[in-house]
Design a protein around this ligand. Structure first.
Ligand SMILES: [Mg+2]
Length: 279
């Protein structure tokens, strides 16, 4: 169960950040749900023009185009264990959630002779092999990290387990950009609960209200909002209407750069001045 219930859509339309939860000592904030905080006058909407100290990236569907590879890895394991056509898994429904959730649901439905640990390991092994072969890093993402890293503390907060995260961070030197890395293994509740983002902020020693989350899934958007953070959603995996609760929805990494580094847009070459007589 998520720690915090989803808020009605209108709740994302308030003004300003701060308030009830921000006034609490950091460790106490997680004891209050967003709904409780809102009832006490807390309003979590922040504009993307505010000053952030940290940017927390989701991994699957944000750093790497891995959802298709996850599905292929799952399907290969399911075929090997005799459930090629009878697994009954709607993979799209699990975007943003961990392998653990998929396999627990599968085991609850089919009661296979295989252990949870075995299924997790087999799928992770297949995924790592697919990942190394294809290196599906989103175009423009490494450049964005390069530009953001001097001015922001960057973290990775992923529903995947550490073996999968490590396989991704080994690609093209991505590891060097992230000061903190959090897996769903490190927290009690996965997305859409806020735990994983709150843990990332805690590791960075930066308050949640000055953290900006980059997400591609509805569960991830809810997790970021429940953590009291600004959420930019990118339409890599889902259409705009499925991400509408995010603070801002974008289609490209260039748009994220413009939102988080507005001065870079101002540095665009300006037309030559006329009439000054300087040659
Ligand atoms: Mg994702």
């Amino acid at each position: 169960m998520p720690l915090s219930p989803a808020l009605p859509a209108r709740a994302s339309q308030g003004e300003g950040a701060g308030g009830f939860r921000d006034a609490l000592p950091f460790r106490l904030r997680r004891k209050y749900t967003v709904a409780q905080a809102e009832a006490c006058g807390y309003n979590r909407r922040a504009t993307v023009t505010k000053q952030f100290q940290a940017i927390i990236f989701d991994m699957d569907g944000v750093v790497v185009d891995s959802e298709p590879l996850h599905e292929r890895a799952f399907r290969e394991v399911l075929e090997e264990i005799g459930y090629a056509r009878s697994h009954g898994i709607d993979f799209a429904a699990y975007y943003g959630k961990s392998d653990l959730v998929v396999w627990r649901d599968f085991i609850a439905r089919h009661r296979p002779p295989h252990s949870l640990a075995e299924l997790l390991a087999r799928k992770e092994e297949k995924f790592a092999a697919l990942l190394q072969g294809e290196e599906p890093i989103f175009k423009g993402l490494p450049e964005l990290l390069e530009k953001l890293s001097p001015g922001y503390a960057l973290a990775l907060a992923s529903g995947s387990r550490h073996p999968t995260i490590n396989a991704v961070l080994d690609l093209r030197g991505l590891r060097r950009f992230f000061r903190a890395v959090v897996s769903s293994e490190d927290v009690e509740h996965g997305k859409p609960a806020p735990d994983i983002f709150l843990r990332a902020a805690e590791l960075l020693a930066i308050p949640p209200n000055v953290c900006c989350v980059i997400e591609d899934s509805a569960a991830g958007v809810e997790a970021g909002l429940a953590a009291g953070m600004t959420v930019i959603a990118i339409t890599n995996s889902l259409p705009i209407e499925k991400l509408a609760r995010a603070t801002k929805v974008v289609r490209t990494y260039g748009e994220i750069e413009s939102l988080l580094l507005p001065s870079s847009a101002l540095r665009a070459p300006s037309p030559p001045r006329r009439g000054r007589g300087t040659g």
